[in-house]
Design a binder for this molecule. Structure first.
Ligand code: ZN
Length: 375
């Protein structure tokens, strides 16, 4: 007997986090479960080819929670860093709320199949001005569009965006397990960037692997202003070696930036992921310097906008690889410290060849300016 869930429809990236929370919980409870995720509009259909023991899923997920709640109490760990540049975070108070949330979610968990079914209209009781009895504020990290500081010109009423314990618990579980969270400080600015894979049509190991690539990138911090489009390569270039992942998937990235006491959502974007994975896998197979190159470009001496330029070349087709490589070469050759000779080697043949190969594969004869197919 198979089990089918449809995420509640708070729309991405909140539903994306919920879908990944479910996936990781199911796979942790039973690593050989067969599971498929298909995106449908603003929701995700999660199909599991067996009857799921939801109490085991809850247990698996709550283990990480209890660990992180302890760390939060001391103002550290994944929860704490997820709140990023928000001022006035009270770790002890917040850890109590999270503890309470775990208890409430446990009560709701056995009803998950009914609550997240095709026509349960679960979401209608939540959101802004939600009408349920026990609702939780969706904190900005998991629901960026829900804040009152949306993109400067949009003004929302100050009603918090409310979620039931189940949605809230699963979304945070998705954030803990499957999303990268990076912070940066540059002059008077401080920011936090979030990235999570968007499973459009993905199953099993590929889901677990995508979650691993992103989920392990936490509490990483930079001393430079990091543009949103630099983030995918900051996530992919380091850590796990990447092989070809089947299926269709994209990527959601968003960032908050604060100057003084003012905090705002700077960017929110959906990007194709295949050309980037393709490039990173190829460059890592042909040479060993991609991680060093990306790290240097993101550093104080480097220029993170050049990482964004690589992304643009791969996912929009412009600028072309010549321009990108020339720009990077020009920056590297300006290095004057004792590493100067070594630094030039970091732009190795693998990086250059793969940039051309992937760019050609997605863009030659397709024109530019659009987005490539996910195939
Ligand atoms: Zn809910």
């Amino acid at each position: 007997m198979s089990t089918e869930l449809v995420t509640p429809g708070h729309s991405p990236p909140l539903d994306t986090l919920i879908a990944m929370g479910i996936v990781i919980g199911v796979l942790q409870a039973n690593p050989v479960a067969r599971i498929t995720v298909k995106k449908q509009g603003f929701t995700y259909r999660v199909t599991i080819n067996e009857q799921v023991m939801w109490d085991k899923v809850f247990e698996a997920l709550s283990e990480r929670w209890l660990f992180e709640i302890k760390r939060l109490r001391y103002g550290m760990g994944a929860f704490y860093s997820a709140f990023g540049p928000q001022r006035g975070i009270k770790p002890v108070e917040l850890s109590k709320r999270f503890e309470e949330l775990v208890e409430l979610a446990q009560k709701d968990f056995p009803r998950i199949a009914q609550e997240y079914s095709e026509d349960s209209q679960h979401v209608t009781r939540e959101g802004r001005g939600g009408k349920r009895k026990k609702l939780y504020t969706a904190y900005l990290p998991i629901a960026p569009w829900a804040g009152k500081y949306f993109a400067g010109t949009y003004k929302y009423k100050e009603d918090p965006y409310a979620l039931c314990p189940l949605c809230s618990f699963l979304a945070w579980s998705g954030l803990l397990s499957s999303s990268a969270v990076m912070t940066y400080v540059a002059e008077d600015k401080r920011g936090t960037i979030y990235a999570i894979p968007d499973p459009i049509d993905v199953s099993n190991y590929d889901l677990a692997f995508l979650a691993l690539i992103f989920g392990e990138k936490k509490e990483k911090s930079f001393h430079n202003n990091i543009p949103l489009l630099a983030v995918p390569l900051l996530v992919l270039a380091s850590g796990e070696t990447i092989w070809h992942i089947r299926g269709k998937y994209g990527l959601y990235v968003w960032k908050y930036e604060g100057t003084g006491n003012f905090l705002s959502l700077k960017d929110f974007s959906q990007l194709p992921l295949s050309p980037l994975l393709d490039f990173v896998a190829g460059a890592k197979a042909k040479g060993k310097y991609l991680p060093k190159l990306i790290e240097y470009l993101a550093s104080r001496e480097g220029d993170p906008s050049l990482i964004a330029l690589i992304t643009e070349c791969l996912i929009y087709g412009e600028p072309d690889p010549y321009t990108v490589l020339r720009n990077i070469w020009s920056l590297l050759s300006q290095a004057r410290d004792k590493r100067a000779k070594r630094i030039l080697r970091w732009l190795d043949k693998g990086v250059a060849e793969e940039l051309f190969r992937v760019w050609k594969k997605y863009w030659e004869g397709h024109g530019t300016g659009g987005t490539p197919s996910y195939a």
